[in-house]
Design a protein around this ligand. Structure first.
Ligand SMILES: [Mn+2]
Length: 433
């Protein structure tokens, strides 16, 4: 017997991947953990019989020859699979889009950083030129949309979009999908969102606003993750971490990020949790971290993550072209053409007097002015930056001051220069022509 299972607190990507697995491995039985997310429970209550899926206690484990794990690679996240852990004769396959380096040792695996696990299974369906019915297409699309935020999370890959195209072609129903992806907010969710909004702490790291909130959960609230996503949008933060106090013993942190530079999953893996760059969660014992300690530890980790990212020193150009203040404009122009640059610094590397850029040549009205010294046309009071500045900060400074050149100064000496091209190259990998 082949069984296909996935992580506890099963979300739609996990469920969809199990169902996709039952299509790819004929005869295989899907085993859905007892604890599933609320919207998944809602879906299963009406659709369960349409698929070949059962609960863990309905399985005769002695019969299992192959275990296929989807959307996780960690034993502790599976439900009642301990009996299989020590079996020598068991074959294990993994399909997963988390690169978390879990402890399940697979005989075969397909593990790639795409937006949803189901994308990887759809790839195989496309390869086999399979045709899906509208119901299967719809549940697969729900999984794909949930994990990629309707293809909008930064973790989304082109292949996720083409998997979505395949599912739509096979009749996935967007009306049905939206019912399960956007469940109505009930009083209990509105209450908790309102409580969270009243006590938000926003902290700025470099250019990012991170929202923190600690909330007491007096009762079980379904759809907390969706509430946190909405909360992030309402408070207009780049990322949020909400610490829900479950009881005296534990709290659950849910994180959401809208920027590539803050990897929520990586941060929460420090607390035995996990997820993606855009979304993650962890359940933490109060004995290890009080909610407030947890908050400061997360802030610390965000700072570390930011420091380990690229700085201006990594993307600046050097050496820098400098000319003396009495250089004739004609020579400056020739130099810029020769070096294919749009700006030249005036002075020495320890005494910056000004900058002249391509645009300044428009100020020259008469031919004789080409003999004039550059100091007559240069801009003074040049804005400089430090080498440890973040690229995003430099980009904002350029926009705010409407300048395209930022000399980089370290110990009162110019060591490089950053231009708009450097910034574009860094953010988009666009190479200058
Ligand atoms: Mn997933």
């Amino acid at each position: 017997m082949i069984i296909i299972t996935t992580h506890k607190n099963t979300d739609f990507d996990a469920l969809a991947s199990v169902i996709a697995g039952t299509m790819l491995y004929p005869g295989a039985v899907g085993v859905i953990p007892k604890s599933v997310n609320n919207n998944v429970a809602r879906f299963l209550s009406t659709h369960k019989t349409a698929f070949n899926i059962v609960l863990p206690d309905e399985i005769d484990y002695d019969q299992v020859r192959r275990l296929i794990v989807v959307d996780t690679d960690q034993w502790r996240r599976l439900d009642r699979m301990e009996k299989l852990k020590r079996r020598q004769d068991l074959e294990i396959y993994i399909w997963d889009h988390h690169l978390s380096g879990g402890d399940i040792e697979a005989d075969w695996l397909c593990q790639e950083a795409v937006g949803a696990t189901v994308t990887l299974l759809v790839r195989e369906m496309k390869r086999r030129e399979m045709e899906l019915n509208p119901l299967v297409s719809t549940i697969l699309l729900i999984g794909l949309y949930e994990d990629t935020g309707h293809l909008s999370f930064p973790s989304t890959q082109a292949e996720d979009a083409s998997a979505a195209a395949f599912l739509l072609k096979n009749g996935a129903d967007l009306n049905v999908a939206s019912v399960f992806l956007n469940p109505p907010y009930e009083e209990i969710q509105k209450d908790i969102l309102f409580t969270m909004m009243q006590d938000t702490e926003k902290i700025q790291f470099n250019n990012y606003i991170i929202g923190f909130n600690i909330t007491n959960l007096e009762k079980k609230v379904p759809m907390l993750a969706a509430i946190v996503s909405m909360y992030r949008k309402i408070i207009n933060a780049d990322a949020v971490f909400v610490i829900f106090i479950n009881d005296e013993k534990s709290c659950t942190v849910i994180g959401r990020s809208g920027v590539d530079q803050i990897d929520v999953g990586a941060i929460l893996r420090n607390f035995n949790g996990g997820g993606h760059p855009a979304a993650g969660s962890a359940t933490v014992k109060t004995a290890d971290f009080s909610p407030h300690m947890l908050k400061s530890k997360i802030s610390e980790l965000i700072k570390q993550q930011q420091v380990s990212g690229a700085t201006i020193a990594d993307l600046m150009s050097f050496p820098v072209t400098l000319v003396p203040a009495d250089t004739p404009m004609r020579n400056v122009r020739d130099l810029m053409q020769e070096q294919k640059i749009r700006g030249v610094l005036v002075g020495t590397d320890r005494n910056l007097e000004g900058i002249v850029v391509l645009w300044d040549f428009k100020k020259l009205k008469r031919e004789s002015q080409w003999k004039s010294p550059v100091k007559a046309f240069m801009a003074r009071n040049v804005i400089t930056i430090a080498p440890d500045m973040q690229p995003a900060e430099a980009a904002q400074l350029m926009v705010k001051m409407n300048i395209g050149h930022l000399p980089v100064v370290h110990n009162q000496k110019i060591i490089g220069i950053v231009t708009r091209t450097d910034i574009l190259t860094y953010f988009y990998g666009i190479l200058p022509d």
